[in-house]
Write a protein that binds this ligand. Structure first.
Ligand SMILES: [Mn+2]
Length: 173
């Protein structure tokens, strides 16, 4: 099972459309972690599931969404209302309450994956305004339920792999 995870495009639609056309045939889930600055009726939301970011003016986006892929529940939240700059404590509390193994968040514009207490905290970075690198990034997440492994494969916005950010984990129950 493969998911695309993208965040913080801040008004740009070009890369969301391009990524969709590249992975359309192999990806089953499309996650957007907020600060799109797009309106609710944008056709991109037919595919991508999004949440409200601090820069979103559209009323229709929720602060959190929970999605399930291959039996694994995932919490999507931008993170600004969960104090994500301070710690993962608020997101972790919500993930445990909802039985989520994965948390996808944005807001910091810093591409990184952290694991705490078996919960994955996954930030794809900002596709348009990266704070820690020259070029925006996104993730193709690949989960293999047979081998119980999950890979977070980062790509820059020219779709070249970013090896130093990408990681594979064994999922333990
Ligand atoms: Mn942002």
């Amino acid at each position: 099972m493969k998911l695309v995870i993208i965040s913080d495009n801040h008004g740009d639609t070009y890369y969301m459309e391009e990524i969709r056309s590249i992975y359309e045939k192999e990806v089953t889930g499309w996650i957007h972690c907020g600060d799109s600055e797009l309106l609710e009726d944008n056709p991109l939301w037919q595919h991508y599931k999004t949440v409200a970011g601090n820069m979103d003016i559209a009323d229709g986006f929720k602060l959190e969404q929970i999605v399930e892929f291959d039996g694994k529940k995932c919490l999507i939240a931008h993170g600004h209302r969960h104090a994500v700059r301070r710690s993962f404590a608020d997101l972790k509390k919500r993930a445990i309450e909802e039985g989520c193994r994965f948390v996808f968040y944005g807001h910091t514009h810093i591409a990184r994956v952290d694991v705490e207490d078996g919960i994955f905290f996954v930030n794809p970075g900002s596709i348009m305004q990266p704070r820690d690198r020259a070029m925006g990034t996104y993730i193709v997440m690949d989960m293999d339920t047979e081998t119980q492994t999950v890979s977070f494969n980062y790509f820059d916005r020219n779709h070249n792999p970013v090896e130093e950010l990408s990681e594979t984990f064994k999922m333990t129950d």
